[in-house]
Design a protein. Structure first.
Length: 622
C-alpha cells in the first residue's frame, strides 16, 4: 500500500475535512469552529470506540461490538476519525479505519464525503494492495462510494472481487452485493460461490447475500419463503425447494415438480438441517432475510458435504481413528484423559466440505465396539457416539439407534455406559433423528429412574429424552427422590423442558412449589424457569435473593439464561436488580460466595459481571 497516496487523499477535500499530522498519525486538525464541549464530546465517544476496536484482534466479539456501536454516532465524526486511521501508515490501524468506514450506510455521509472516502478506498482497494485483509475491510466502503457516483462501476468492482483469490475478499464482496440497486447480474457469481467455492465460510457469505437480495424483490420473496417453509417438514422437499429457487435466481428452467430422489445419507443430513431451521421465527418479517439465508446456506452445505471428494483419504483417517480408540481404551472410563482422546476425533477448524466424512468414519469404528455383551470397549464406543452426536453430527442414525436397542436388550447395568447411552439418545433427539415411540424412550427413562445407583437416576432426569410419562416421573423424582443430586438434575431437566411444547400446565404446577426450596441448586432452576416464563413471583423472589449479601452463586448464575426469553425487565425491577448487583460487587461477594471451594473468586467475579451485564441489557429504555 502506498502510504503517501493514502495520506494525500486524506488531506485533500477542502474546508471541513480532516488533515493528518504525519508526525503523530491518527491525530486530527479541525478546519471548522466547534460548539464548546459538544463537538469534542462527540469526537471523544467515537475515539473511545475506535480505541476499543484497536485493542482487540480482528474477528473478536469485542472488536465487532465496538465497530457496530459506531453506527449510533455522528457520521461525519466517524468518517473523519476512520480516514485518519486509514492515513496512519500502520497496517493494524488502517484495518480498523477501513472496517469503520464499512459501517457507514449509503444514505449516511453526504455525496461530497462519500467522494472523499472513495479517494482513500480507491488506494486501499487498488491493484497494488497486497494485504487481502485490508482489501476485504475496505471493500464495502469502496463499493458504496462508487455506487454514489456510478452504480455500474460499483457492480463491476464487486463482480471482480467475487473472483478474488483470497476467501476473505470473496466473502466481503458477497456480503456487499445487496447494496446494488440492480444486483441480478451478479447473482450467477453468488451462486457460483455456493456451488464451487472451496471455503464453507465464503459460501455462507454468498447465502447471506442472496437472502438479503431476495427480500428486496417483491415478486420473488413471498414465493421463496413459501417454498422454504413447505420444505421444513421433509428433507427431500427442502432440497427440491432450494433447486427451484436456484433456477429462478439464474433464470434457468425449473426442475421437475417431484422432489429429488435423494440418497439416504444426504436425507439424514438434511433431516438434521431442517430440524434446526424449524426453530427459526419464520413468520417474522424482520428476520426474513436471515431465515432465507440460513435455509440456503444449510441446505446447500448438506449437498456440498455429500458431493464426491477426490482428495478424501478414508483409509488414512480410519487408521488414525483406530489408533486413537486403542489409546483411549487403555485409559479409565471416566477419566479426563479418555475424554481428551475422544475429543480429538472431531475435526478441528478451519472448516472444510469434508468435515462430515471423518465423523462418519469415527461413528463406524465406534459402532464396531458397541456389541453385546457389554465391556469397556462397548462403553468407549458409546462414549464416542454420545460425543459426536452432541457436537459433531450423526451420520447413519438408523445404525446408531439399532446399536442402542441391542445394548438395551442385553440389560446393561454399568452407570458409565448407561449415562453415555442417554447422552447419545439426547444428541439424536436434538437433531430430529429419533422417533420417541419407536425407540421406546419413555420406557428406557422409566427403567433408569428405578435404578439403585443415584448417578444413573441423575443422568436420566436431565436432559429429559422421553415424553409425557417420563416428564411426570421426573416431577416425582424432583419431589421425592432421596438423593439431592437427582432432585437438582430433575429441576434442571424440567426447567429446560419448556423448550418443548405440550407440558406447560404440568410444569406450571410442579416448579413453583420449589421457588422456596432449601436447596439453592433446585431453587435456582425453578426460579430460572419462572423468570423465563415472565412470572412476577419468580422475579420478586430473585430480587429478594440477590439483595442478600450471602446469595448463593447458583442464584446469581440464573441470570445468564434470561436474555434468550426475556426482552426487558419492568423499570422498578431493573433499577433494583442493578443496585443489588452493584452492592454485591462493592462488598466483595465473589470472595465469600462459595465456602465449599467449588469455584475460585475469579470465576465467581466473572459470574457476577455476566449477571450485571445481562440486567443492563434488559433495561426497558434500551
Amino acid at each position: 500500500m502506498d502510504h503517501d497516496q493514502v495520506t494525500a487523499s486524506c488531506r485533500a477535500g477542502g474546508a471541513g475535512h480532516v488533515k493528518i499530522d504525519l508526525e503523530s498519525p491518527g491525530t486530527t486538525t479541525p478546519e471548522e469552529p466547534r460548539v464548546f464541549g459538544r463537538r469534542s464530546r462527540r469526537e471523544a465517544e467515537v475515539t473511545a470506540l475506535l480505541d476499543q476496536a484497536r485493542a482487540h484482534p480482528p474477528d473478536s466479539t469485542q472488536r465487532f461490538t465496538a465497530l457496530e456501536s459506531l453506527t449510533e454516532h455522528d457520521v461525519a465524526v466517524v468518517a473523519e476519525q476512520a480516514l485518519a486511521l486509514c492515513g496512519s501508515g500502520r497496517p493494524e490501524d488502517v484495518l480498523v479505519g477501513a472496517e469503520a468506514l464499512g459501517r457507514l450506510q449509503l444514505d449516511g455521509p453526504s455525496r461530497a464525503l462519500w467522494r472523499r472516502i472513495g479517494e482513500v478506498t480507491r488506494v486501499l482497494c487498488g491493484p497494488e494492495q497486497r494485504d487481502a485483509g485490508i482489501l476485504a475491510a475496505a471493500l464495502t466502503a469502496h463499493a458504496r462510494a462508487l455506487h454514489r457516483e456510478d452504480p455500474q462501476d460499483s457492480a463491476a468492482f464487486l463482480a471482480e472481487t467475487l473472483r478474488h483469490p483470497d476467501g476473505r475478499v470473496r466473502s466481503a464482496a458477497a456480503l456487499t452485493v445487496p447494496i446494488l440497486d440492480e444486483p441480478r447480474p451478479l447473482l450467477p457469481g453468488l451462486v457460483s460461490l455456493l456451488d464451487a467455492d472451496p471455503l464453507p465460510d465464503v459460501a455462507d457469505s454468498a447465502a447471506a447475500g442472496l437472502g438479503a437480495i431476495i427480500v428486496r424483490i417483491p415478486s420473488m420473496e413471498p414465493d421463496v419463503t413459501a417454498l422454504f417453509v413447505a420444505g421444513l417438514d421433509d428433507p427431500a422437499r427442502a432440497s427440491h425447494a432450494w433447486r427451484r429457487v436456484r433456477a429462478a435466481l439464474l433464470d434457468e428452467p425449473q426442475p421437475d415438480a417431484a422432489p429429488d430422489a435423494t440418497d439416504p445419507d444426504l436425507l439424514d443430513d438434511l433431516t438434521e438441517v431442517i430440524t434446526g431451521l424449524r426453530r427459526l421465527d419464520w413468520p417474522s418479517a424482520q428476520d426474513r432475510a436471515v431465515n432465507l439465508s440460513a435455509f440456503i446456506e444449510e441446505v446447500n452445505a448438506a449437498a456440498r458435504r455429500h458431493a464426491p471428494a477426490p482428495d478424501w483419504d478414508e483409509a488414512a483417517r480410519r487408521a488414525a481413528v483406530r489408533d486413537a480408540l486403542d489409546s483411549a481404551r487403555r485409559l479409565p472410563a471416566e477419566s479426563e484423559e479418555r475424554a481428551e482422546h475422544v475429543v480429538r476425533l472431531l475435526p478441528v477448524p478451519p472448516r472444510t466440505w469434508n468435515d462430515r466424512r471423518p465423523i462418519g468414519v469415527a461413528i463406524d469404528e465406534a459402532l464396531a465396539l458397541c456389541r453385546p455383551p457389554a465391556d469397556d470397549g462397548t462403553t468407549l464406543g458409546v462414549q464416542v457416539l454420545a460425543f459426536l452426536t452432541a457436537l459433531g453430527g450423526a451420520p447413519g442414525p438408523s445404525r446408531i439407534r439399532a446399536a442402542l436397542a441391542d445394548l438395551r436388550a442385553a440389560g446393561p447395568d454399568d452407570p458409565v455406559l448407561l449415562a453415555a447411552m442417554l447422552r447419545t439418545y439426547s444428541g439424536l433427539l436434538s437433531r430430529g433423528l429419533l422417533d420417541q415411540a419407536a425407540d421406546e424412550l419413555d420406557r428406557f427413562v422409566l427403567e433408569l429412574l428405578e435404578h439403585p445407583d443415584p448417578r444413573v437416576r441423575a443422568d436420566a432426569v436431565w436432559p429429559i429424552i422421553g415424553g409425557e410419562r417420563a416428564v411426570r416421573r421426573v416431577v416425582q423424582a424432583l419431589d421425592r427422590d432421596p438423593d439431592a443430586a437427582v432432585r437438582a438434575n430433575a429441576a434442571a431437566g424440567l426447567a429446560d423442558r419448556d423448550l418443548a411444547p405440550g407440558h406447560e400446565d404440568l410444569l406450571a404446577e410442579a416448579l413453583p412449589r420449589h421457588f422456596d426450596d432449601p436447596d439453592p441448586g433446585i431453587r435456582a432452576h425453578a426460579l430460572r424457569w419462572g423468570a423465563r416464563m415472565g412470572r412476577a413471583d419468580a422475579l420478586e423472589r430473585l430480587l429478594r435473593e440477590v439483595r442478600d449479601p450471602g446469595v448463593p452463586w447458583e442464584i446469581v448464575g440464573v441470570f445468564e439464561y434470561l436474555l434468550a426469553d426475556v426482552d426487558t425487565l419492568p423499570r422498578r425491577l431493573h433499577r433494583d436488580f442493578t443496585a443489588a448487583f452493584a452492592r454485591l460487587a462493592e462488598t466483595g461477594w465473589a470472595d465469600r460466595a462459595d465456602p465449599g471451594g467449588h469455584h475460585d473468586a475469579e470465576s465467581l467475579a466473572d459470574l457476577l459481571a455476566d449477571a450485571t451485564e445481562t440486567v443492563r441489557l434488559l433495561d426497558p429504555s434500551l
